[in-house]
Design a protein around this ligand. Structure first.
Ligand SMILES: [Zn+2]
Length: 288
């Protein structure tokens, strides 16, 4: 009997730290976090807006939005879209960042119209164009090295929430910038170096909503964490903050932002793929 008790105690002691590591939920990390969202377009940050409302507004944590393009290739919902859509969307993104108390930076890569194609050849075409400006992986690493986020959020590198090639590409570039090995036909080069101070975790915002599936598909698994978007942010549901602030993207009202305002009322969960970077080797990391 003594032996069994000793064995059980040994098992509990051995599993204790691992169990604690697994229990590092997003909520437990936000109170000391520095958050960065890396997206393809001004307004992509709204996909994680509820978490940013909690961290940047209620908890007053430092937040940064890194945006690959100025979204000039999209549609404009305004009657007067002068001087041009890119200029308008830069101003909208700055207003959003101000509302969150966040900083913002733009890489200045070209925004191609969304063709709906997720082909590797199309991703490569966009990547080749972006590389004429600067190496996008290098730019992302610079952003991380300057801001030192503890948590990085981005879009899904398989399906990009709704199949937008620039979302998919951005997700893959973020993986590469963080030294995460990619195994599914990426158009980006193999990982050889990493950022100087890696964040604790990467969170991929996943579209797992069954209601979207017939229209825009769903991001594939894995999803290993859900975050309750209707929890309170300074007395209001966090998702309400996100929807409200997203209205600053007025040029996108007839596109994604209008839809977000509608579906935001029904959303209960943000679906996340959490990759704990501090538990992985520093280079050439296979994503679990
Ligand atoms: Zn987008």
């Amino acid at each position: 009997m003594k032996r069994i008790v000793f064995f059980l105690i040994a098992v509990i002691v051995a599993l204790g730290p691992a169990a604690a590591a697994r229990a590092a939920t997003l909520d437990s990390r936000l109170s000391h976090a520095r958050l960065m969202f890396i997206g393809a377009h001004p307004d992509d940050e709204s996909l994680a807006g509820a978490v940013f409302a909690k961290a940047c507004i209620e908890l007053a944590r430092p937040c940064h939005f890194a945006v690959m393009t100025t979204g000039e290739g999209g549609n404009c919902s305004l009657d007067d879209c002068s001087p041009d859509l890119g200029t308008i969307r830069i101003a909208e993104m700055h207003r959003v960042a101000d509302r969150y108390g966040a900083s913002v930076s733009f890489a200045g890569f070209r925004n191609f119209p969304n063709t709906g194609s997720e082909d590797t050849a199309w991703l490569q075409t966009i990547l080749n164009d972006w590389r004429t400006v600067t190496d996008p992986v290098h730019w992302i690493r610079q952003q991380i090295d300057r801001f030192h986020p503890t948590l990085v959020f981005t879009v899904d590198p398989h399906h990009g929430f709704y199949g937008h090639a620039e979302h998919i590409l951005t997700g893959r570039l973020v993986f590469e910038a963080l030294g995460l090995a990619w195994r599914t036909g990426t158009p980006v080069v193999p990982v050889t170096t990493v950022v100087s101070s890696p964040p604790e975790a990467l969170y991929v915002v996943k579209n797992r909503y069954w209601a979207f599936a017939p229209f825009v598909g769903r991001d594939p698994e894995p999803v290993n964490e859900r975050w309750a978007v209707r929890q309170s942010c300074n007395g209001s549901p966090c998702i309400d903050w996100a929807v409200n602030i997203a209205q600053e993207h007025a040029s996108q009202r007839k596109d994604g932002i209008g839809l977000f305002a509608f579906v935001g009322r029904f959303i209960r969960w943000m679906y996340l793929w959490r990759i704990d970077l501090d538990s992985l080797p520093p280079v050439g990391r296979e994503v679990p």
